[in-house]
Design a protein around this ligand. Structure first.
Ligand code: SF4
Length: 390
C-alpha cells in the first residue's frame, strides 16, 4: 500500500503522530508527505490519500476531494472536523473516516481490518494508550513537541478537545518521554516542548493539582539525558489557573528556559465565565497571575473576544479586567476571536463578533506590545466555521 499524507499549515503534529505510529510497526506500506494538491496528483491512481483537518479547512478540502475523486484515489480523513461530523465528511467523497485517536486505527486500516461501523474507524470508543506509540518519528527526524497528556476533564463550551480526545486524561509515562527524548538527543534534538491540555496537571489524579514529584522527575530526567532547553507551561500548551502554585513554579524554574507561562482565562466577565463553563472564577485567575508574577514568570493570558452572547457590560468588564492585569501583574494578552466549532455547546451562537470598540481596544493593546494572537484572522475563520456548524 502507498499512503500520501496531505500536509497543511495546521496539521503537521497530527501527521507526525500518525506516521510515527505507522513506522513503529513493521507494516507493508510506503508513506509519503505532500504539501500541495499538484504534487499529490502526480501519484498513480489507486494510492491512498490521507487528510487530517479542522473545520476552517473544510472548503479547501472539499475542493481538493472533488478533484481527487475523479482520479480514483482512495481518500481517508481524520482529525477534529471528521471527528465532529463523520457522516458529512463521508458525503464530501471520502471513503473512510477516522474519529478521535488515529494511531491504532490507521494501523488497522493498513493491515486490512474493516472499520468499526460502516466506513468509520472509531477512535473515540477505542482510545489508545500514549505509551504504545512514539511521540515523534526519530527515524525520519520528524520531531514535534511531546504529547505528555491527551484528554481533558473540563468541558469549556467553545472547546472540542474533551470530545476529540476524551474527558479522561491519559498520560505518557516519564520513562517513555525520557526514552524518546534520548533518541532525539542522539540526532541532535536538545530542545523539549510539550503538548497537554494543562501541563501543570501532568500525572495528577484530577488533571489539575500539580504532581510535583512527577513533574520534577520528568524535568530532571530530561536534563540528565542532555536536553538543553526545556519549555514547560508554555507554547504549544497552556495551564489552568487552578494549577499555578508557588510550588510548581519553584520546581520548574530550576529546569526550564521559559520565563513566561500561558494561562487560560478567556474572559473578564463573571457572567460569561459561567456561560462558557470554564469551571473557575476570576479570583482564581488573579491568584494565578499574582503567583506567576511573584515567582518571576510573565503571565501570558489567553482571552477569547467577541462571544456573540456578550452584553456591553460583559465586554466592558473584560476590558477592565485586561487593563487591570496588565498593570498589576505585567501580563501579556494572547487574543483569540470566538469560533463556533461544530459539536461544541456554544456552536449554536454563531461566529464571534468584534465590535468597533473591540477593534479600538485590541488595536491599542497590540500596538503597545501588550497583546499578540491571531484574533483578526480568526474573525474570518469564525465565519467560515459558522457556515458548516449549523
Ligand atoms: S479549553 Fe482547555 S480546559 Fe477547557 S475543555 Fe478545552 S482543553 Fe479543557
Amino acid at each position: 500500500m502507498k499512503i500520501v499524507f496531505r500536509k497543511t499549515k495546521t496539521n503537521y503534529y497530527s501527521i507526525v503522530s500518525l506516521i510515527s505510529a505507522i513506522d513503529s510497526r513493521k507494516l507493508d506500506v510506503d508513506v509519503y508527505i505532500e504539501s500541495s494538491l499538484e504534487e499529490i496528483l502526480k501519484y498513480p491512481e489507486g494510492v491512498v490519500v490521507a487528510y487530517s483537518f479542522m473545520s476552517f479547512d473544510y472548503e479547501r478540502v472539499k475542493k481538493e476531494v472533488k478533484i481527487l475523486k475523479e482520479k480514483n484515489y482512495t481518500l481517508i480523513a481524520g482529525g477534529p472536523h471528521p471527528t465532529a461530523d463523520p457522516e458529512g465528511v463521508l458525503s464530501m467523497g471520502f471513503d473512510y473516516v477516522f474519529m478521535g485517536d488515529g494511531e491504532e486505527n490507521i494501523i488497522k486500516f493498513i493491515e486490512g481490518f474493516p472499520p468499526d461501523s460502516g466506513k468509520i474507524y472509531d477512535g473515540i470508543k477505542n482510545r489508545v494508550s500514549l505509551d504504545h506509540y512514539p511521540p515523534f518519528d526519530v527515524q525520519r527526524e520528524m520531531f514535534m513537541p511531546v504529547e505528555i497528556a491527551r484528554g481533558c476533564p473540563f468541558t469549556c463550551g467553545y472547546c472540542f478537545t474533551p470530545y476529540l480526545a476524551g474527558r479522561k486524561v491519559r498520560y505518557r509515562s516519564i520513562e517513555s518521554i525520557i526514552h524518546y527524548a534520548a533518541l532525539g538527543v542522539k540526532k541532535g534534538r536538545r530542545i523539549a516542548r510539550f503538548i497537554a491540555s494543562n501541563s501543570f496537571g501532568y500525572m495528577s489524579k484530577d488533571g489539575i493539582t500539580p504532581n510535583i514529584e512527577a513533574i520534577e522527575r520528568l524535568l530532571y530526567g530530561l536534563k540528565k539525558i542532555g536536553i538543553e532547553d526545556i519549555f514547560f507551561g508554555t507554547f504549544p500548551s497552556d495551564v489552568r489557573p487552578e494549577s499555578v502554585t508557588h510550588e510548581v513554579l519553584r520546581t520548574i524554574k530550576k529546569y526550564v528556559k521559559n520565563r513566561s507561562i500561558i494561562i487560560g482565562a478567556q474572559t473578564g466577565s463573571k457572567r460569561v465565565l459561567k456561560i462558557i463553563n470554564r469551571g473557575h472564577d476570576l479570583e482564581t485567575v488573579e491568584k494565578a497571575l499574582e503567583v506567576a508574577a511573584l515567582e518571576g514568570f510573565t503571565p501570558h493570558v489567553d482571552f477569547i473576544f467577541g462571544f456573540p452572547f456578550e452584553t456591553k457590560e460583559d465586554i466592558q468588564e473584560t476590558f477592565e479586567f485586561v487593563e487591570k492585569i496588565i498593570k498589576k501583574y505585567k501580563a501579556k494578552i494572547h487574543a483569540h476571536t470566538f469560533m463556533p466549532l461544530p459539536k461544541t455547546p456554544l456552536a449554536k451562537y454563531g461566529a464571534g463578533v468584534l465590535t468597533r470598540k473591540h477593534y479600538k481596544f485590541l488595536g491599542k493593546l497590540s500596538s503597545s506590545g501588550y497583546m499578540d494572537g491571531y484574533w483578526h484572522k480568526q474573525q474570518d475563520l469564525a465565519r467560515t466555521v459558522e457556515k458548516i456548524s449549523k
